[in-house]
Design a protein around this ligand. Structure first.
Ligand SMILES: [Zn+2]
Length: 245
């Protein structure tokens, strides 16, 4: 668990980083691994990733988080295994095993950062045996990726995927068993997607936080972003984090 710094949720700036270093907190930096409009196997994707890693390493974070480390598809809106917006076979990936190719890229990532930082990825919050497109379409095999990455962050926006809050702990335990790596669940603190009226109550957030904190969780992260900082909600989260220190 970590105390919430005043600049939480804001973009990284030299002054924000200086402030974090003063607080002696671990710093993680998130980068979008693959552009949604590019095939991960397009050589342009790897060049782009190379540049992002170089830029990220300049900040000397303890962790670099790779978002969207998968083939494209709107898992957030997935109903009955129907994946919209999936990446269609192109000249780079046609006939290739998506899982194997992503594992190769993950190994390359690991060798690229060497011992300078740990690496994590954001996991689609479905078990592949229940939702096969996670592996078949998006190529995200958490068990195999977990052998390479140091930490995994499942995107457990349980309300958005219509699961009970207990699913947060259930999925964290499942990933921990599958990967033997630390699992840091990220939870929602408002209703998603953004065009939904926010009916997520304080007591429900607190309950979700408790589920997310349960063993074997490595901590709790929450999802927010610059242009939609959850005014009012941030205070709730600060209190939850500060109470458990
Ligand atoms: Zn492709």
């Amino acid at each position: 668990m970590a105390k919430v710094p005043p600049n939480a949720g804001k973009s990284w700036t030299p002054s924000a980083v200086k402030e974090l270093k003063t607080l002696e907190l671990r710093m993680g930096l998130s980068v979008g691994a693959f552009d949604v409009n590019l095939c991960p196997l397009d050589p342009v994707s790897k060049k782009r990733l190379e540049k992002l890693i170089s830029q990220a390493l300049e900040w000397q974070p303890q962790t670099i988080w790779f978002d969207h480390f998968r083939f494209n598809g709107h898992w957030e809106a997935m109903r009955k295994n129907n994946l919209e917006g999936e990446h269609l076979p192109c000249k780079w990936c046609r006939g290739k095993n998506k899982v194997k190719e992503l594992i190769k890229l993950a190994s390359w990532l690991k060798s690229r950062v060497k011992e300078r930082t740990e690496i994590g990825f954001f996991a689609v919050p479905f078990k592949a045996e229940e939702v096969p497109p996670v592996i078949e379409k998006m190529g995200q095999d958490c068990q195999q990726l977990g052998e390479i990455f140091d930490i995994v962050c499942p995107m457990l926006y349980h309300r958005m995927i219509e699961k009970p809050d207990s699913y947060i702990t259930e999925f964290v335990s499942f990933l921990n068993r599958s990967t033997s790596k630390p699992i840091l669940p990220i939870i929602q603190i408002k209703d998603l997607p953004d065009d939904l009226p926010d009916e997520y109550k304080k007591s429900e957030i607190e309950q979700a936080f408790q589920w997310a904190s349960k063993s074997p969780s490595a901590g709790v992260a929450w999802f927010c972003w610059d242009d939609a900082v959850e005014t009012g909600k941030t205070k709730i989260i600060k209190k939850l984090f500060n109470d458990v220190i």
